[in-house]
Design a protein around this ligand. Structure first.
Ligand code: 4NP
Length: 151
């Protein structure tokens, strides 16, 4: 799960997917990262921490990190939150099989539309609820795909 700062959207996405993985007894690793180095080592934004907690998810142990080239070998799928994250992430590799791992996360719910999860950082609480709902719906699709793969 990749966003600009790894403190608002991608920590929520990581927490949501992790919870669904556990609830479904799946054996899958999930992590999140930033395209920037602005918040390396930082806890998630307090507004993301409270939004997750509202839904029974604890993301307080997460710490910001920046995506690195080795992530393309480490992970099978890389979900980005917006078009700028997409460009910055694919710019890290020129291997077609690695570029193919990068997906706009909302294409899971609205295929091929390349919609972005709006960045809630500069806005109010509503933005965090909106991000939560979009990411929850997208993570349901990921879980369905994982279950289909593993059955
Ligand atoms: P995120 O939100 O990419 O969802 O973590 C942001 C967090 C921090 C900044 C921008 C967006 N920032 O400019 O510091």
């Amino acid at each position: 799960m990749v966003c600009l700062g790894n403190i608002c959207r991608s920590p929520l996405a990581e927490g949501i997917l992790e919870k669904k993985i556990n609830e479904n007894g799946l054996d899958v690793s999930v992590d999140s990262a930033a395209t920037s180095d602005y918040h390396v080592g930082d806890k998630p934004d307090p507004r993301s921490i409270s939004k997750a907690a509202e839904y029974g998810i604890d993301i307080t142990a997460q710490r910001g990190r920046q995506i690195q080239k080795s992530d393309f070998q480490e992970f099978d799928r890389i979900f980005v939150m917006d078009t700028s994250n997409y460009s910055n992430t694919v710019a890290l590799t020129n291997k077609i099989e690695e570029i193919d791992k990068v997906e706009m996360i909302l294409n899971l719910i609205t295929p091929s539309s390349n919609q972005s999860v709006p960045d809630p950082y500069f806005g109010g609480e509503d933005g965090f609820e909106n991000a939560y709902r979009l990411l929850d719906a997208a993570c349901d699709v990921i879980i369905k795909q994982l279950k289909d793969e593993q059955s």
